[in-house]
Design a protein around this ligand. Structure first.
Ligand code: SF4
Ligand code: SF4
Length: 456
């Protein structure tokens, strides 16, 4: 009986979502402007890959949606969710939200695959358990990957090549940031310990640091740099323990249940009345907290619903990317460029889609990069084009992802850069892979790393 009631509620929710989707899709005028900015269409020249094609598919198939969910899912999955179409749409059609809603409907109807169920419902949904599994993975990863003599630490061994293709993997960090920041790991350099401790007691501005999965588990040094930078600028940093994922990997796969759970988990840790700003060093986390949480979070319990929605709105308003915070709030300025052509190493900057297209943040990271006068800055052609990562798109459509990435590498190389900086750890992984595969000796760095080099 209870099961029947649950199914009925689920169907009612699905029908409600379908109606919303119908209205959203109807806003598209089919003008086709999105064709010229879609990185996927640029490679495939396939109309069904571009936003207009997907919206027509959704419109046309709306009524037969339930007949061919697998077909619709397959077509919708061919998308990087980069937001280039939304950022350039003259009618302001929020394509990314539409695609996320459509994936939610399909998933709600036909369910998650077993693999995704395990990853999202059992791992991501339980941050402490997820941490333990990743720690185990970090310990044994070199059984699966062999070291290369190249800039990256690891590459695919023949044993797992069929699964991971020719990827050049950035390895998991031996010690994740949450262990470093909580002092759980002994053997830390005393100076670092002191710095992390000091940041908790600074007077003045108070920021909460949302670390994100990739900075925590793959690039803890970047997270340390962010804390040190904030500390240097006399900002007090709060780092709540047991942080989880921002939820976007689950939502991108249509798993709104896990997404809602993860947002609720973060709400328990980040009380918006306890800080002035929430800072992240991940473009995707920033865009998700700032835009997707308020638009798509649905509280589980009616009783706390309004409070949670209000908290989500307050957190979203206070959420800043680290570059935005350093420039707009702290007032970091670029160094004056030398008049003569300098012999300094060249640094260029890649715009993460979620910073530039979703949040309109593009001048600030360039200012922070240019605050380090050890480098000379050169703009790459088409810096705003997608690197081809697109989260799980890279896992499911690696060949397409690589084709998009190759164009990015050509742009980076044309500047003669020794370093490519960016503001998103997922882009860092993709750029490192693309550069390594083409045997380019170009360092990939987070903007915070370069700024930290300047001040320490
Ligand atoms: S999504 Fe926007 S840009 Fe693309 S066809 Fe529709 S109205 Fe035009
Ligand atoms: S989100 Fe990006 S990849 Fe997807 S349709 Fe829009 S422009 Fe193309």
């Amino acid at each position: 009986m209870l099961d029947l009631k649950r199914k009925r509620l689920k169907m009612i929710e699905l029908i409600r979502l379908m109606k919303t989707l119908d209205q959203q899709v109807a806003q598209c005028s089919r003008c086709g402007i999105c064709q010229s900015v879609c990185p996927l269409y640029d490679i495939t020249k396939n109309e069904s890959d571009v936003a207009r094609g997907k919206l027509m598919l959704l419109d046309g198939l709306m009524r037969s949606f339930f007949d061919d969910p697998a077909g619709v899912r397959q077509r919708l999955d061919r998308c990087l969710l980069c937001g280039s179409c939304a950022a350039n749409c003259p009618r302001g059609v929020n394509t990314v939200e539409i695609f996320l809603n459509a994936r939610m409907i399909i998933n709600g109807y036909s369910g998650l695959s077993l693999v995704k169920k395990i990853i999202f419902r059992y791992l991501l949904s339980n941050p402490n358990f997820f941490d333990r599994i990743v720690a185990w993975g970090a310990r044994w990863q070199y059984l699966l990957f062999k070291k290369t003599d190249f800039k990256l630490d690891a590459s695919c061994s023949t044993m797992v090549s069929p699964l991971l293709s020719e990827r050049q993997m950035v390895p998991l960090a031996p010690i994740p940031f949450h262990k470093i920041s909580s002092g759980l790991k002994s053997g830390l350099k005393p100076k670092l310990k002191q710095e992390l401790k000091k940041s908790e007691t600074e007077p003045g501005l108070k920021v909460a640091f949302f670390v994100g999965c990739l900075l925590d588990k793959v690039f803890p040094q970047v997270a340390i740099d962010i804390v040190r930078i904030l500390n240097f600028h006399k900002v007090r940093v709060i780092i709540p323990p047991s942080q989880g994922c921002c939820g976007i990997p689950a939502l991108s796969s249509g798993d709104y249940l896990t997404f809602n759970r993860l947002v609720a988990h973060s709400l328990n840790l980040f009380d918006p009345s306890g800080f002035d700003y929430l800072i992240t060093g991940c473009a995707t986390c920033t865009a998700t907290i700032n835009k997707i949480w308020p638009a798509m979070f649905k509280p589980e319990f009616e009783s706390s619903s309004e409070d949670q929605k209000a908290a989500v709105r307050q957190i979203a308003e206070k959420t800043f990317d680290i570059n935005q915070f350093l420039v707009d709030v702290i007032g970091v300025k670029p160094c004056v460029p030398p008049e003569e052509k300098s012999s300094k190493p060249i640094v260029t900057y890649h715009d993460p889609c979620h910073l530039r297209k979703t949040l309109n943040v593009y001048s600030e990271p360039r200012i922070v990069v240019q605050a380090n006068d050890a480098y000379s800055f050169a703009e790459m052609p088409d810096a705003a084009s997608c690197c081809g990562m697109g989260g799980s798109f890279n896992l499911t459509h690696y060949t397409l992802s690589t084709d998009i990435g190759k164009k990015k590498v050509a742009g980076i190389e044309s500047t003669g850069a020794a370093v490519v900086a960016t503001g998103c750890p997922a882009c860092m992984i993709q750029l490192a892979d693309m550069l390594a595969r083409q045997k380019k000796q170009i360092r990939v760095a987070h903007v915070a790393e370069l700024y930290s080099e300047k001040i320490f």
